[in-house]
Design a protein around this ligand. Structure first.
Ligand code: HEM
Length: 546
């Protein structure tokens, strides 16, 4: 039999199998019992009982049209009726999530466990990147003790103050090495260019010198962070029932970079564990204790005495550090790179750049540089431009995921939600709602600083109280409000946001003061892949040292 015949048989076989599989799925949709909850909810698209093929088609089209469906639901139900609605998505079992209206944001401040029921934010976070297909050790994402390290070591103003000069040093060096010091125009990929700066600052805090500056380590960490997020977004386009077939293939790239990262990191983790052991045994150890995330994590890992978990296993510790690369590198780079694109594609580009440069030069002269957290805190326009970019260039369509794990959660309107259901908030629509922001589609860089510009004058005229009073009213990039949700809200609002803000503000200030930048070609169009807004990975820029 010729290979052509073989190929034909193969294609026909696959076609018959796919046809059978789809029909079984549609029959299942038609006759499976859906929880009564869905009948109480408004929905943008009809339910499966109405017409299974239409339902299946709508779920499939949500890969491209999630943003459109969410916009429609927000307008028709969240805004007009203040009611939750059902949004189709292949992301979860049952192909539907509940979108809660903005009036339910206060629920985020309550405890995860009440007498009626319990919910968690972890399932949504883990399934955004589909960590289970990438990380071989489920303890990493089921027992997130590394989150405690972020809360204990990266939130307090004194910790940020201590880290600020280190971050400033790393940002300056990486700009000089990666972006260069020549006055000639040079073209680079903007996403990679921004990512290299952020990765270096992040790695310095995560694992310290000298490994944090290892070029191969840096590139691996950056590639891992991006491939994990992008791979997760692609896996989520497939229904859960067939993920076990496709996910191992899609996650190959992320697993490859993770294995490389862990291999490079293991000797350092083992060395730190040995030093710790020696110290406990009363041996002489070097006096200078490293001040990085790896070191901060050791006592917290040691506290867990359950021998079955062995939190002091070097491989497990390395995997925990790897799992932090997504927020530390990808999320921070996402906002920083978008902010650069938003500034340079704005009609008001020249004014924005002049305003930022004036502020950075003035504050730098006042504080003798921009290497302390006090000086960076004084950069009101820099803070505002980043906050505005986070508002308008959201990382996802919906965000702040909550999965019911036990009992029931009352979401009002006579609706109680039981286990296995994911709830989300229409964050992008809230950020672009004209009732929340004037002229919401305009990138208004100094929206959050404009009315606070005079405090500098107040301070210099001796009216210190007035300046402080006004300053406390200002919404900072780290201030979460019911209309500003990129860092979440309430009990689980991002604990890494002060660190993220410090890195992004220092990087932007350094960029504005030291480089001319221009976008090459038109600004990248924003597109959604399922729930994720695709980052500007292809953007090209021209830049030169000033
Ligand atoms: C610009 C960058 C970042 C953005 C946009 C961001 C956004 C978010 C969001 C939306 C959440 C979920 C909040 C919720 O469910 O209520 C979250 C949680 C979290 N983020 Fe970030 N994040 C960023 C950077 C970081 C960094 C640098 C770290 C630290 C390494 C970090 C650590 C965490 C942790 C540990 C949680 C879980 C909190 C909890 O479960 O209580 N994030 N972040």
């Amino acid at each position: 039999m010729s290979w052509v015949q073989n190929l034909l048989y193969f294609i026909v076989g696959v076609a018959i199998a796919s046809f059978g599989f789809i029909n079984i799925q549609l029959l299942q949709l038609k006759f499976s019992q859906r929880p009564a909850l869905w009948e109480k909810l408004d929905a943008v698209c009809p339910p499966p009982e109405y017409c299974p093929p239409t339902f299946a088609l709508n779920v499939a089209s949500s890969i491209i049209f999630t943003r459109k469906f969410a916009n429609e639901g927000y307008r028709k139900f969240s805004k007009a009726l203040d009611r939750p609605f059902a949004l189709l998505t292949p992301w979860v079992r049952g192909s539907t999530v509940i979108v809660l209206p903005p009036s339910k944001i206060p629920l985020l401040t309550r405890s995860d466990k009440t007498k009626d029921g319990q919910w968690t934010n972890l399932h949504g976070l883990v399934e955004t990147t589909q960590l289970a297909y990438v990380i071989p050790d489920s303890n990493i994402y089921e027992n997130v003790l590394h989150f405690d390290v972020v809360r204990r070591k990266m939130m307090a103003p004194e910790d940020i103050s201590r880290l600020a000069p280190v971050i400033a040093d790393e940002i300056k060096l990486s700009f000089r090495e990666q972006w260069g010091t020549e006055n000639e125009w040079k073209s680079i990929n903007g996403w990679d260019g921004c990512g290299k700066i952020i990765a270096r600052a992040a790695q310095r805090i995560l694992i310290g010198l000298p490994l944090s500056r290892n070029e191969s380590m840096l590139e691996t960490s950056r590639q891992y962070a991006t491939s994990l997020l992008v791979g997760g977004a692609i896996i989520n386009c497939f229904p859960p029932s067939i993920r076990w077939v496709v996910a191992p293939l899609i996650s190959l790239r992320a697993r490859h970079f993770q294995a490389r990262y862990v291999k490079m990191l293991l000797p350092l983790v083992e060395e730190r564990l040995l030093t710790r052991l020696a110290e406990k045994g009363g041996e002489q150890v070097p006096e200078e204790v490293p001040d990085d995330f790896l070191q901060w994590m050791l006592p917290i890992c040691a506290k867990n005495k359950d021998p079955a978990q062995n939190q002091l296993d070097a491989h497990r510790i390395a995997l925990r550090l790897a799992s932090l690369l997504t927020p530390l590198i990808f999320a921070v780079c996402y906002v920083f790179a978008h902010c650069v694109v938003d500034i340079h594609s704005s009609n008001a580009r020249a004014n924005i750049l002049a305003g930022l440069e004036e502020e950075c030069s003035r504050v730098s002269a006042q504080y003798g540089g921009l290497t302390t957290s006090a000086s960076v805190d004084a950069l009101k326009r820099v803070d505002s431009v980043l906050r505005e970019s986070m508002r308008i260039s959201d990382v996802s369509v919906t965000n702040i995921f909550r999965d019911v794990t036990a009992g029931e959660v009352d979401i009002g309107n006579g609706i109680r939600v039981g286990p296995g259901v994911r709830m989300v908030f229409p964050t992008q629509d809230i950020h672009l709602d004209p009732d929340n922001y004037e002229d919401p589609m305009r990138f208004d860089a100094f929206r959050f600083s404009r009315s606070f510009e005079n405090e500098y004058e107040y301070k210099h005229q001796g009216s210190k109280n007035r300046a402080e009073e006004r300053d406390s009213e200002r919404e900072l990039i780290t201030t979460t409000t019911p209309t500003f949700l990129p860092f979440g809200y309430g009990r689980h609002a991002c604990p890494g946001r002060w660190f993220a803000a410090q890195v992004m503000k220092q990087a932007l200030a350094y960029l504005v003061l030291n480089y001319d930048v221009e976008l090459i070609g038109p600004p990248p169009k924003r597109r959604a892949l399922l729930n994720m807004m695709v980052p500007p990975v292809g953007v090209q820029i021209r830049m030169r040292r000033k």
